[in-house]
Design a protein around this ligand. Structure first.
Ligand code: NAI
Ligand code: MG
Length: 352
């Protein structure tokens, strides 16, 4: 029996609700495909922050390094500023483990109505490759002349050659295994230092992949294209900020945030990768038992694939598609009245 050691961090709000359901599904997939997921749960969260003053213990990152994978719900809770939850847990983990790829597959599943009704599943399938370690999300900067009329803040971006080149190269590799098309999100007309540099490196890497069709598009126009001509997009590569925004948009046109999974990946495999839904802790529906667990379940399928359990990953995806196509048991965000747990159990049952 193969064993994979997984650190589970349910976090806050619906992160807790959807993680329980995803674990049900993944454990069932393990039984069917001959492996065990050995879960260790950590209570690292805003709730812990409120109690102890820290999202995770000081040696948190070190403790996670012993695992084969990290399965994260979501962090964030009213009363704890978002920069605390983000910089106290998520960003340190992403950076310490060099999870420089944030991979966000997007597809319209059966039985789900898109905001772009009439579009087929083939037209609405893409993957966002988001830079996950630098760019616009930087601590460099500060507030100056505080409290004076000439008060101002500076927020710097960091784009390194290594960082830009490796994410773009990863996108070309993904494209090689899919449609053979890559579109780079830029904004070199407004951001006159960082984005021309990004574009220059994109052109260099593109030259190494003559068989891949490459193009670049300003991020604002790209957002419009994602809604108006999604069939023209497949692999979209973007900086940390652009990738973040585009993936919420892409999720919105494929049935909402309850459907969108995400992987924080360390491609060389030197460190554990971390899998989570794109959505946050949704305090507005937390504790009501109505969160859609599909995004977290599909994040689990991405984790299985990363762990080498390719067949189990496909089985989980098929189970999700089958249950959604039936439309009998779906959560309110998809127009149904099922609870988080009912949908989770239905998907687990569909695994056979
Ligand atoms: P959110 O993604 O939590 O919620 C946005 C909207 O989508 C809400 O109306 C929510 O009810 C709905 N929604 C999200 N997931 C859903 C699901 N599975 N099923 C049904 N409806 C769903 O984003 P928001 O409200 O901006 O942030 C809430 C908190 O989450 C904040 O503290 C934020 O910092 C944190 N957050 C954490 C993330 C993470 O841990 N990776 C990512 C994004 C936000
Ligand atoms: Mg986001």
């Amino acid at each position: 029996m193969r064993t994979h050691r997984i650190a589970s961090i349910p976090g806050d709000g619906i992160g807790v609700d959807v993680t329980v359901e995803a674990r049900k599904v993944l454990d069932r997939a393990g039984q069917r495909h001959g492996f065990t997921l050995e879960w260790t749960e950590f209570d690292w969260s805003c709730e812990r922050y409120a109690r102890t003053g820290a999202m995770m213990p000081e040696d948190g990152v070190e403790r996670l390094s012993a695992f084969d994978g990290i399965f994260l719900g979501a962090v964030g809770f009213p009363g704890v500023p978002d920069h605390v939850s983000l910089w106290g847990l998520l960003i340190p983990v992403r950076r310490a483990f060099s999870q420089y790829v944030n991979l966000r597959p997007v597809r319209l599943l059966p039985g789900v109505t898109s905001a772009l009704a009439g579009r087929s599943a083939e037209e609405l399938e893409m993957v966002i490759v988001r830079e996950n370690s630098e760019g616009e999300y930087s601590t460099i900067g500060g507030r100056h002349n505080t409290g004076r009329p000439d008060e101002f803040v500076l927020q710097e971006s960091v784009f390194t050659r290594v960082g830009v080149e490796r994410i773009i190269r990863y996108a070309f590799q993904v494209a090689g295994s899919r449609s053979g098309r890559v579109c780079s999100a830029t904004k070199s007309n407004g951001l006159v230092h960082s984005m021309p540099y990004w574009d220059e490196i994109f052109a260099e890497v593109a030259a190494e992949y003559p068989d891949i069709h490459s193009e670049q598009c300003h991020v604002d126009a790209l957002a419009a294209r994602m809604v108006q001509q999604p069939d023209r997009l497949d692999v979209v590569v973007g900086s940390n900020l652009f990738g973040d925004i585009l993936s919420d948009l892409a999720a919105a046109v494929t049935g909402g945030l309850g459907m969108a999974p995400s992987g924080n990946i360390n491609p060389p495999g030197e460190y554990p990768s971390m899998f989570e839904a794109v959505h946050g802790s949704a305090p507005d529906i937390a504790g009501k038992g109505i969160a859609n667990p599909v995004a977290q379940v599909l994040a689990g399928a991405m984790m299985l694939e990363h762990l080498g359990e390719r067949d189990a990953a496909r089985t989980v995806e098929t189970a999700v598609s089958d249950v959604l196509a039936e439309r009998a048991v779906v959560t309110p965000d998809l127009g149904g009245s099922a609870t988080t747990s009912e949908l989770g159990s239905e998907i687990a049952a569909a695994l056979g």
